[in-house]
Design a protein. Structure first.
Length: 218
């Protein structure tokens, strides 16, 4: 039998528990008196800032940041199409990266009960080092799967010699689909009701890869 070209796909995926949680929250107020709105927003933001700093000192937070006070004003429209009195808006946004998820749960339950504070959500992630290592391992296993599959096809044809001639991310050979090695486990949560207990835990992060390979079998 003459040489046969075999084109196959190889896939692999793993699921890993998240290692970090990036939480975002906002302190925001509005009202007719600009100075009063600004002063109240800054006053409410200060204990939030102190609380995050305390979590960092305790080792529960790896890094955090807060944006400068943002202020804007507008004259909203009424239902009958007339302009209403001027309304001033002020806000301060915070981001904190937690490494201790138990501390995260307790902190969110506490901070979300504060006036004018909204916990916007969280992203569950891996560390860059873990992500890079896992992506390499997943890609390598996807290639091994493709090799095994090509060998099985060749054996079914009674061929014993299989040599690779081309390998690529999915879609680069057959133009169908696309490679995917991006971690996926971003989940948002709503702020709990006042006084409610809360245990936050992100879903496992899925890291997957798909490759295409072409072999010559003889």
């Amino acid at each position: 039998m003459s040489e046969v070209v075999i084109t196959v796909r190889g896939e692999h995926e793993v699921r890993i528990a998240p290692e970090r949680a990036i939480v975002t929250l906002s302190v925001a107020l509005d009202g007719p008196d600009r100075e009063a709105v600004v002063a109240r927003t800054l006053a409410l933001a200060e204990p939030v800032r102190d609380g995050i700093a305390a979590q960092e000192k305790a080792g529960a937070v790896e890094a955090w940041s807060s944006r400068r006070l943002a202020v804007r004003s507008e004259r909203p429209w009424s239902n009958d199409g007339t302009r209403l009195a001027l309304v001033h808006h002020a806000s301060v946004d915070f981001t904190a990266t937690f490494v201790d998820f138990s501390a995260l749960s307790a902190w969110v339950a506490d901070v979300s009960t504060g006036d004018a504070i909204a916990v916007n959500g969280t992203d569950w992630i891996l560390t860059p080092e873990t992500r890079a290592h896992v992506e390499q391992e997943v890609a390598a296993q996807a290639v091994r799967t493709a090799v095994t599959r090509a060998g099985a096809y060749a054996a079914a044809l009674g061929l014993t010699k299989v040599e690779p001639i081309e390998i690529a991310d999915a879609g680069l050979i057959t133009d169908r689909g696309a490679a995917d090695m991006a971690p996926k486990a971003m989940r948002a949560f709503a702020a709990p009701p006042s006084g409610a207990g809360l245990e936050l835990q992100g879903d496992d992060i899925t890291v997957s890869a798909i490759v295409e390979a072409r072999f010559v079998a003889a």
